[in-house]
Write a protein that binds this ligand. Structure first.
Ligand SMILES: O=C(O)CCC(=O)/C=C/C=C(\O)C(=O)O
Ligand SMILES: [Fe+2]
Length: 312
């Protein structure tokens, strides 16, 4: 019936990075604003668009997007491990609706989700099973990428289902604007990294720690100006946020995956979750942005944004 939205960057460095206190305070303030927006809206259902970082989806079978009928947090970077409260029958109806709308979405009856899906739930709701939530995986790190038009169509199909429900639905889009954290790329990966990208499910504690430590060390080097990764791109980020706020999402159809990578980094494709969420929101009619926060934060390797919006 009504739709609202929170899109936010996530970062494995939220608990492991060390930005200046003033920056941490500003980010906490943006989270508090989003929390108040959500508390005021009182959602009865969450639909969460999130990427994965080779914790739940691997190159042995990599869909562009996937609806979870059941889901489990894997517990990476200190996030909560265990089941989300997924309304399975509703998720099944959602997937059927999306497929009927000519978007051939994958489904999972046991979706494993990582910090990308879990951090917003923890930040906004204080836990991963405090509100019914349907997770929708949107590939944001693993080539090949769909065109942005396709993400807009996915969001529209999901939004048209949600807009007819007798529920107060909060849409979440999780992930970066510009950023290029050290997620291995198949083309340049070592053999051990390729084995992880292919099927690295359920790593040992030591293997997970080694992966995580590499990200933490890269963030320190990046903040010192010494990491071989792409710079943040605040102009690109602001243009994306302006486009989402404008309500004209078709303007983003012209973007190409290669240019997005070149402009804003390998993980800038996570912004697809924002497009899916805004496109779903627009299915309920015009919308307005209620709050908007942005900071380029090298210590988090992120052009870091937090936006809330609601249909009018
Ligand atoms: O384990 C690996 O090697 C992958 C690294 C990783 O998970 C990095 C994640 C970074 C983000 O989620 C981000 O900045 O959006
Ligand atoms: Fe990410």
């Amino acid at each position: 019936m009504t739709l609202a939205l929170t899109c936010m960057s996530h970062s494995p460095l939220l608990e492991h990075g060390d930005p200046p206190a003033e920056v941490v305070e500003a980010v906490e303030g943006a989270f508090a604003t989003a929390r108040a927006f959500v508390a005021d809206y009182q959602p009865t259902l969450v639909v969460s668009f999130a990427p994965d970082h080779y914790n739940g989806f691997f190159y042995d079978l990599m869909p562009p997007f996937c609806i979870g009928y059941e889901a489990l947090g894997v517990g990476d970077y200190g996030t909560t491990e265990g089941p989300l409260d997924v309304p399975t029958e509703l998720a099944e109806r959602l997937a059927q609706h999306v497929i009927d709308a000519d978007v051939d979405v994958a489904i999972s009856r046991r979706m494993e989700v990582d910090h990308g899906a879990i951090q917003p739930l923890e930040i906004l709701f204080g836990g991963i099973d405090t509100v019914p939530a349907i997770p929708v995986f949107v590939n944001g790190v693993a080539k090949p990428f769909t065109r942005m038009r396709r993400i807009r169509q996915l969001g529209a199909a999901i939004g048209s289902f949600l807009a007819d429900l007798d529920e107060r639905v909060l849409l979440i889009g999780s992930g970066g604007l510009s950023h290029d954290p050290p997620v291995p790329q198949w083309a340049t990966a070592s053999e051990p990294q390729r084995a992880m990208l292919l099927n690295g499910r359920h790593p040992t504690a030591e293997a997970r720690d080694a992966r995580q430590q590499r990200v933490i060390e890269t963030a320190k080097a990046f903040a010192a100006g010494e990491a071989p990764i792409r710079d943040l791109n605040p102009e690109w980020d602001q243009a994306m946020m302006d486009a989402f706020a404008s309500g004209d999402l078709t303007a983003l159809d012209a973007m190409t995956p290669d240019q997005m990578t070149a402009d804003a980094g390998n993980s800038a494709h996570e912004v697809r979750t924002w497009l899916a969420a805004f496109s779903a929101l627009s299915a309920a009619g015009s919308y307005e942005v209620a709050s908007s926060f942005y900071r380029p934060i090298p210590e988090y390797i992120a052009g870091f944004g937090v936006v809330t919006a609601r249909s009018m």
